[in-house]
Design a protein around this ligand. Structure first.
Ligand code: 5GP
Length: 192
């Protein structure tokens, strides 16, 4: 998606440790015109899939998923992060290792909001090592619902997540794939 790549080149900030900051348009301040284009693009890419629900994870995925959901006429469910939980049987739960915080946390979705009849599109802001996606896939599989696809705004193609998740046979679409970035020069290299 050219518009997104241009924006990353213009406003993305490369941090040490392979972190791309996109706080000015995606992760803190959100550019709604851009999010609308992202939503339309996800709809175009998954137009042939019978998506009836969108699943994401708090916090950064929520805004993106809500805007995209308008093009699918589907509700959004977001997985919640918990420090520690007493699993009471009312929730599906899994563990995710945070790329940015280097900690492991529990993630839950109420059983009320994921059913085996559901056809799920998973949406998130970044795909890096794939831990967040593995966790969300695990939650959906626990419910028996079908994963119609995964829509990612920015995939860091030099980390292992893309390959890991695609090797599970899941249809993954990333709107921009970054194959390299240089914290010294500020250069971002995209996959064609
Ligand atoms: P993964 O689980 O694939 O390793 O990492 C995905 C999660 O980590 C995303 O939900 C995102 O919040 C965060 N993340 C990973 N890499 C980056 C990055 O370069 N920049 C930002 N802003 N977030 C990232």
């Amino acid at each position: 998606m050219e518009l997104l790549k241009e924006r990353i080149r213009k406003d993305g900030i490369i941090k040490e440790g392979n972190v791309l900051k996109v706080d000015s348009f995606l992760n803190h301040q959100m550019d709604i015109d851009l999010l609308n284009e992202i939503g339309k693009e996800f709809k175009r890419l998954f137009a042939d899939r019978p998506v009836n629900k969108i699943l994401t994870i708090e916090a950064s995925g929520i805004g993106i998923a809500c805007i995209a959901a308008q093009y699918f006429n589907a509700p959004v469910v977001f997985a919640k992060k918990k420090q520690s939980i007493n699993i009471d049987g009312e929730v599906y739960s899994t563990k995710i290792e945070s790329f940015t915080h280097k900690t492991v946390y529990d993630v839950i979705v109420s059983k009320k909001f994921l059913h085996k009849e559901d056809h799920i599109l998973i949406i998130d802001d970044f795909l890096a090592n794939g831990c967040a996606m593995e966790g969300l896939i695990d939650l959906v599989q626990s419910s028996g619902a079908i994963i119609e696809g995964i829509g990612i705004v920015i995939e860091k193609g030099f980390q292992k997540g893309g390959e890991l998740i695609r090797s599970k046979g899941v249809h993954v679409e990333s709107l921009a794939i970054v194959d390299g970035m240089n914290a010294q020069t500020g250069e971002v290299i995209f996959r064609n």
